[in-house]
Design a protein around this ligand. Structure first.
Ligand code: BGC
Length: 771
C-alpha cells in the first residue's frame, strides 16, 4: 500500500518526483472523455520507467491467441484496445541537452488532476547536468464537451541561463502495445500531410482496418511573440519545430490542439476533410475557450452525480476520484462502446467488455446519467445477440441458445482459459439481471418488447440446455462451472450460478407475459424471430427453475458455494499470515484451488442481487461464513461486502470495506495500479455509498432509503436522477433530506414509512428508526 497522494477534496495531488511511483501516477492521473483517453505520460522525453498509453474508443486489434494447449472452442484472438498515436509529445533540446526528468535533478514537482474541471497539470523545476535550471508548467485535457478534441499548453522558462532551445511538437504513431502477444506493431500508415502549423497522420489497424486520423495544430510563442515553425517528418511521425534563443527569465509557450477522428464515425474517404473541419473549429475557439467549455461540461456532470462527504477529506477525494474516472471512461453517447475494466488507463484486460458492466456499472449510470446511457449499455448486448447464439453453437448448444462471451469487443469471445471461457457462464445471468435492474429503476417496460425479451429468450434457452437431471439428487444440477470466485474451477452446482439460472428462466417467462400483454404485435414478431415454442419451452423452463438443486448446509444454515465446499479445510482469512497475501502472488495455483479461500463475493453476490428473498438472519449467517473466508483479490469484491454489511447494520465493517474499495487505486492497495485503474470496481464504490450507507433501493417503483452515517463523517449527500426527477439526497446522523428539483411529486420510503416529496426540500428525521 502506498500513501503519497495528498488529500484534497477536488484534486489528486502528487508532490515531489519519485521515479519509482511514475507508472502508478501515470495511471492515477489518466484523462479521458469516453471517446479517447490517455495515461499521464510526460509531454517531453522520459527515459525512466513508463507505460505509454493513448487510446481511441472502439478501435481494437484482434491479437492472435497464445495458449500452450489449444482446446476446441477457444477464440482465435484476444481483442485489444490499441495504444494509438501519441499526441502529447514535445521533444525539448536545451543547448546540447535533451530535457528528460530521468537524467535531471528535479527540485520541485507537482502533478495535479483537477477533477472539478477535468484537467491534468504538472509543474516542475529541474536542473540539467550542465547546471541550467528550467521551470515548466503544463496543462492538458481531453475535452468532454467535444469528445474528439484534446488540447495542451506547455510553458518552459529559463531560470538561470541563456541558450538555444529547440522544441519539436510531434505526433508519433510508431507505437506498440506492451502486451502484444507476438511483439508485433498493430498500425500501418495510410497517409501523412503537413499544412503549415498542422499535422495530419492517418493510420490503419492491421487486420481490423480501422482508420484513425490524428490532427494537431501547434503554435509556439517566445515571450509572447509567435515563432516560425519548421516541419519534420518520418514514417508514422510528424512534427513542428521552433528554435529559440532563450535568455534568463524568458519563457516559451507551446499550444497544441488536437483532434482524433476514427473510421468508426466517418467514412474513410472523409476522415481527412472532417479532421480539417474539426481542427479549424477547435483552434478558432482557442485553448482558453476549450478549457472553459471543458470546465462547464464537467460542472454539469458533477451536478448530475456528485457525492459530497463532510468531515473526511480522504473519503471525499476518493469518491470523487471514482466518479470522475467512470465519467471519463464512458459517457453513453455511443451504444457500440462499453466499459473496459481498466478504461483508458492501461492495457490490461484489453479494454474489452466483461460482466463487470452489467453487475457493477449499470446501477451507477442509471442514477447519475440520462436514462439512455444505461440503456445503451444494454443495447450493446442486444446487438451482440447473434454472436452470442453463434458462440453457444460452437460449444454444442442449439436452437437459439445464447452464451454471451466472458470477454468481448464485438460480440465474439476473446477469453481463452477453458475454466473461464467455457465455465464462467454466470456472466449470462448478469446480462439478464441488468435488464431487470434497468426496468426496475426506470420503469421502462417497453425495453422488453424493443430489445430485452429476445436476449432473455436466448439466455433462458442456454440455461435449460446447460443443466442436466440428476437421478441421484432428483433435481436439476449444473456441472463443470466456475463461479465469480475464480479461486475454484470446474465445480458442480455453484450456488450463485444455479440461483441466477433459475431466476433467469422465471424472469423470461414473466417478461414474455408482459410483452404479450403490452405489445402483442411486437410479441408475435419476437415469436417468429426466435421461433419460441411458448407452451413447451415455458413448461421446460419452469420445470428446471422449480427443481433446481441448491447446495445447502443444514448445520450452519449456509448456502454452500458449491458441492463439497465443506470438505475443504476450513481456515479463516484472519489466520493467514500477512506475508502469504495476496495469495495469487504467494501461493501456487494448485494450493489456491484446494483452499477454502474465496477471491470475490460469490454466494454473497447472489444474496445481494436477490436480497428480498432472504431474511436478515439468513443473510447474517451467510455473510459471517463467507466474509471470513474471502480475500478480496478481485477489486469487485469489497463493495458487495460493504453493501451487505450496511444492510446488517454492521456499520464498522461497511465502512472498512468502503475504504478498501474507494481508495483501492489511490493507495495502491493491491500493488497493481501501475497497470491501470480498476474502473469497473469504481462503480461498486459508488454503490457502497448509495446502496450501502444510504440504503437506497427501488422497490415497487419507489425509492427506498435505510440510511446511516459512518462514524467519521459529519454528513454526506449525493445527486441522482430517478424517473425524470433530479434529486439531491443529504444524510446526517439523524435525518435525511431530499431536495426535489422538479415539479413532479415523488413518493419515497424511509425506514418503511412513505413520505411525499414535492418540489423543494423534504426533511425526514430517522433518529431511533433502527432501535
Ligand atoms: C475478476 C472478474 C472480472 C475481471 C475484470 C477478474 O479478476 O475475477 O470477475 O470480471 O477481473 O474486472
Amino acid at each position: 500500500m502506498k500513501n503519497y497522494i495528498k488529500a484534497d477534496e477536488w484534486n489528486i495531488i502528487e508532490e515531489g518526483f519519485d521515479p519509482h511511483l511514475n507508472k502508478i501516477s501515470e495511471s492515477l492521473f489518466s484523462i479521458g472523455n469516453g471517446r479517447m483517453g490517455q495515461r499521464a505520460n510526460f509531454e517531453e522525453s522520459y527515459s525512466g520507467e513508463t507505460l505509454q498509453g493513448n487510446y481511441v474508443a472502439g478501435v481494437y486489434y484482434p491479437d492472435k491467441t497464445r495458449v500452450g494447449w489449444w482446446k476446441n472452442g477457444y477464440p482465435e484472438y484476444f481483442a485489444k484496445v490499441l495504444n494509438a498515436t501519441n499526441w502529447i509529445g514535445i521533444d525539448i533540446r536545451i543547448g546540447e541537452e535533451i530535457l528528460d526528468l530521468n537524467t535531471c535533478k528535479v527540485t520541485e514537482f507537482k502533478r495535479v488532476l483537477n477533477m472539478k474541471e477535468g484537467t491534468l497539470s504538472r509543474s516542475f523545476r529541474a536542473e540539467l547536468k550542465s547546471g541550467k535550471i528550467i521551470t515548466v508548467e503544463a496543462i492538458r485535457f481531453c475535452s468532454i464537451a467535444d469528445d474528439e478534441v484534446g488540447a495542451l499548453h506547455y510553458r518552459l522558462s529559463a531560470f538561470n541561463f541563456d541558450a538555444t532551445v529547440q522544441l519539436t511538437s510531434f505526433l508519433d504513431g510508431d507505437v506498440k502495445n506492451q502486451d502484444s502477444n507476438y511483439d508485433e506493431k498493430f498500425w500501418d500508415q495510410v497517409s501523412q500531410q503537413q499544412d503549415n502549423d498542422t499535422d495530419y497522420l492517418v493510420l490503419r489497424t492491421k487486420k481490423t482496418a480501422f482508420e484513425v486520423c490524428t490532427v494537431s495544430r501547434t503554435s509556439i510563442l517566445h515571450n509572447g511573440a509567435v515563432q516560425e515553425l519548421k516541419q519534420v517528418s518520418k514514417d508514422k511521425y510528424l512534427g513542428q519545430t521552433a528554435t529559440i534563443n532563450l535568455t534568463q527569465g524568458g519563457h516559451i509557450d507551446l499550444y497544441k490542439i488536437v483532434a482524433n477522428l476514427s473510421s468508426e464515425n466517418y467514412d474513410k474517404e472523409q476522415l481527412l476533410s472532417e479532421a480539417k473541419l474539426r481542427i479549424d473549429m477547435a483552434s478558432a475557439k482557442g485553448f482558453s475557450q476549450l478549457w472553459k467549455e471543458q470546465a462547464e461540461a464537467w460542472a454539469k456532470k458533477w451536478e448530475e452525480g456528485d457525492i459530497i462527504i463532510e468531515g473526511d477529506v480522504a473519503a471525499q477525494q476518493a469518491i470523487r476520484f471514482n466518479i470522475f474516472q467512470l465519467n471519463q471512461t464512458y459517457t453513453g453517447k455511443d451504444a457500440r462502446l462499453n466499459i473496459g475494466p481498466k478504461g483508458f488507463t492501461g492495457e490490461k484486460y484489453g479494454g474489452s467488455t466483461y460482466w463487470d458492466t452489467e453487475a457493477y456499472c449499470i446501477p451507477f449510470y442509471l442514477s447519475v446519467a440520462p436514462e439512455e446511457v444505461a440503456k445503451n449499455l444494454l443495447v450493446y448486448r442486444y446487438k451482440h445477440l447473434d454472436k452470442a447464439i453463434e458462440n453457444a453453437a460452437k460449444l454444442g448448444f442449439k436452437d437459439g441458445a445464447a452464451l454471451y462471451p466472458m470477454v468481448t469487443m464485438n460480440g465474439e469471445e476473446c477469453h481463452n482459459e477453458w475454466e473461464i471461457t467455457f465455465e464462467e457462464i454466470h456472466r449470462n445471468g448478469a446480462i439478464a439481471f441488468a435488464i431487470f435492474n434497468y426496468i426496475r429503476y426506470t420503469g421502462d417496460e417497453s425495453y422488453l418488447a424493443q430489445y430485452g425479451l429476445e436476449v432473455l429468450v436466448g439466455i433462458a434457452r442456454f440455461w435449460k440446455q446447460r443443466v442436466n437431471w440428476s437421478a441421484d439428487k432428483n433435481k436439476f444440477v449444473m456441472l463443470g462451472v466456475t463461479g465469480p470466485n475464480e479461486y475454484e474451477n470446474n465445480i458442480n452446482n455453484n450456488w450463485y450460478t444455479n440461483k441466477l439460472a433459475a431466476w433467469c428462466l422465471k424472469y423470461t417467462i414473466t417478461a414474455a407475459a408482459k410483452v404479450k400483454e403490452q405489445a402483442p404485435e411486437q410479441y408475435l414478431k419476437i415469436l417468429q424471430k426466435t421461433g419460441l415454442q411458448e407452451a413447451q419451452e415455458f413448461q421446460d423452463w419452469t420445470s428446471v427453475a422449480e427443481q433446481m438443486y441448491y447446495p445447502f448446509d443444514e448445520k450452519t444454515g449456509v448456502f454452500l458455494q458449491q458441492d463439497g465446499f465443506l470438505d475443504k479445510e476450513q481456515i479463516l482469512v484472519k489466520d493467514l499470515p500477512a506475508a502469504e497475501r495476496p495469495l495469487n502472488q504467494k501461493w501456487s495455483w494448485d494450493r489456491i484451488l484446494r483452499s477454502c479461500f474465496i477471491k470475490q463475493a460469490d454466494v454473497l453476490q447472489g444474496m445481494y442481487f436477490f436480497e428480498e428473498e432472504y431474511d436478515l438472519e439468513t443473510l447474517r449467517k451467510n455473510f459471517n461464513f463467507y466474509e471470513s473466508r474471502t480475500v478480496h483479490e478481485s477489486s469487485l469484491s469489497p463493495c458487495v461486502h460493504s453493501i451487505l454489511a450496511a444492510k446488517l447494520n454492521d456499520e464498522e465493517k461497511a465502512y472498512e470495506f468502503y475504504l478498501r474499495t474507494a481508495r483501492l487505486d489511490l493507495d495502491d492497495y493491491n500493488n497493481d495500479t501501475e497497470d491501470g485503474l480498476h474502473i469497473t470496481s469504481m462503480a461498486g464504490t459508488w454503490m457502497s455509498v448509495v446502496e450501502g450507507f444510504a440504503g437506497m433501493r427501488v422497490r415497487n417503483g419507489q425509492l427506498v432509503f435505510q440510511p446511516f452515517l459512518p462514524k467519521n463523517w459529519n454528513a454526506f449527500s449525493f445527486s441522482i436522477g430517478f424517473r425524470g426527477v433530479q434529486l439531491k439526497v443529504s444524510i446526517t446522523a439523524d435525518q435525511i433530506s431530499i431536495r426535489n428539483n422538479s415539479d413532479q411529486e415523488l413518493q419515497v420510503v424511509v425506514f418503511n414509512q412513505a413520505y411525499p416529496v414535492p418540489h423543494g426540500e423534504k426533511v425526514i428525521s430517522y433518529k431511533g428508526a433502527l432501535s
